[in-house]
Design a protein around this ligand. Structure first.
Ligand code: EPZ
Length: 416
């Protein structure tokens, strides 16, 4: 069991490159199943969830090789259309493999997915859409069995812009018979990346970047090499770290152009931010000012950076406000920040944060991936040492959060 130890009160200063996007890489890996050949992905993050997805693909007969952030997936032979239970339950993304299996094998067996405990996270929108495309889906306990002699394109409207459900429909529609029109689709940048990768493989998709996607089924796809975009949430995490600790940083390859609402919020809190090409520069020479933030589907403020905003406001000045509209159980960070002396009042889906200027180091627990990262951010502006346990959650999505923050001047290390 490893822990992360943070020694607070050191400003940050440095320049780093941001890892590839976890939430883009995972559906892109599932997309490789659709092609009876090789798919090469570059800038793949070396994280637990990627290794888990590799295991899922290999259990089906794919041959995967990941070296120096380059992942080669040979899906010429897929002999088993079943997601292994342990891996399927280890992460939420496993459920989008179902859409790809139906597209490739006309059948698939999956388990109710696991992942961060941030709410109930049902999959009704996924299954409802796949059924509309002609899939026969049986739910028996935690097992989901699906078969579709021939998926048919159809008109689908999602009642909520679910990222995963949008990905599942896209993956099932690419090789379905006829046209699929998906309305109410999620517009997260990770969806764009998936669609652009599929188009380069020979898929026919229009409306990319909008909430209405048109997909015409094709028979064959082709070998490609494609680059995973930088992880905008990791970028937002490290920008938050500079805001909490003070100092300055340059973050390269981190898709800052996908963080519009976040950068506006950070500027309002007092950060000086400059953008160019695929890099973002931040300088923070004051305590963060309190703001009101409401999370929502893209392009609203991302729910994945809500915990970071809470940590930054906890070490800022004034009374801030957070409203979480995406997941009903995503305020776990507050209880851990309380141990560090934060003053946070939770009322339903709303949080009020009274900025203290700094916190006190304490032993805290990572409850989920982003909440754990937020504790590291808070620890950078805490007197003394902060020890974060259960940090395995953090390593699911951050390739080297300790190394990255150390390269920016942070006093943080992983201890077994
Ligand atoms: C993706 O999860 C991301 N995960 C999440 O990031 C992210 O927080 C989320 O999108 C929102 O942006 C990956 O991409 C692997 P949703 P997903 O379906 O697809 C409800 C991280 O930290 N819903 O858009 O599961 C659901 O309960 C992770 O990297 C249904 O009701 O999110 C939630 O309230 C955490 N029925 C809301 O929609 C469904 O069938 C948004 O969920 C599906 C979703």
């Amino acid at each position: 069991m490893s822990v992360i130890v943070v020694q607070g009160y050191y400003p940050l200063k440095g320049e780093i490159e941001i890892q590839g996007s976890k939430n883009a890489a995972l559906p892109m890996m599932a997309a490789a199943l659709l092609h009876k050949g090789a798919t090469v992905l570059d800038h793949v993050p070396m994280i637990q969830d990627v290794f888990c997805m590799m295991g899922i693909l290999e259990s089906m007969g794919c041959v995967c090789c990941l070296k120096d952030h380059r992942l080669t997936i040979d899906a010429s032979q897929v002999s088993k259309a079943q997601i292994p239970k342990d891996r399927g339950k280890a992460m939420r993304s496993s459920i989008v493999v179902l859409g790809a299996l139906l597209g490739r094998c006309r059948e698939g067996k999956a388990y109710y997915p696991g992942g961060c405990s941030i709410g109930s996270r049902p999959i009704d929108l996924h299954l409802g859409a796949l059924r509309k495309m002609g899939a026969e889906i049986r739910e028996e306990g935690e097992v989901i069995s699906a078969r579709a002699p021939r998926l048919s394109g159809t008109d689908i409207r999602l009642s909520y812009p679910s990222v995963g459900a949008t990905e599942n429909v896209i993956l099932a529609a690419v090789k379905a018979k006829g046209d699929t029109v998906l309305r109410g689709a999620a517009k997260e940048p990770e969806i764009d990346a998936l669609c652009r990768m599929l188009v380069s493989m020979g898929a026919k998709i229009q409306g990319i970047g909008t909430s209405s996607l048109w997909i015409r089924g094709v028979e064959e796809l082709r070998d490609i090499s494609y680059e995973v975009p930088g992880d905008r949430i990791v970028t937002g995490t490290y920008l938050s770290a500079v805001m909490a600790a003070g100092g300055e940083a340059v973050l390269r390859r981190g898709s800052p152009q996908c963080l519009g609402r976040v950068l506006d919020t950070m500027r309002t809190m007092g950060a000086h931010i400059r953008l160019w090409e695929d890099a973002v520069e931040i300088a923070m020479d004051r305590r963060p000012k309190a703001v009101s933030v409401t999370t929502g589907p893209y392009p609203d403020f991302p729910t994945d950076l809500q915990s970071m905003a809470m940590a930054v406001m906890a070490v800022g000045e004034g009374e801030g406000y957070l409203k979480e509209t995406v997941f009903e159980g995503r305020f776990a960070t507050a209880k851990q920040l309380h141990k560090m002396g934060a003053e946070i009042i939770i009322e339903g889906s709303e949080a009020r944060i009274v900025g203290k200027g700094s916190l006190k180091g304490a032993k805290v627990r990572a409850c989920d991936l982003r909440s754990g990262a937020a504790l590291a951010v808070a620890g950078l502006r805490a007197e003394g040492k902060t020890m974060i346990t259960d940090c395995c959650h953090i390593f699911r999505g951050y390739e080297d959060i300790c190394g990255d923050l150390r390269n920016l001047g942070g006093r943080i290390r992983r201890e077994s």
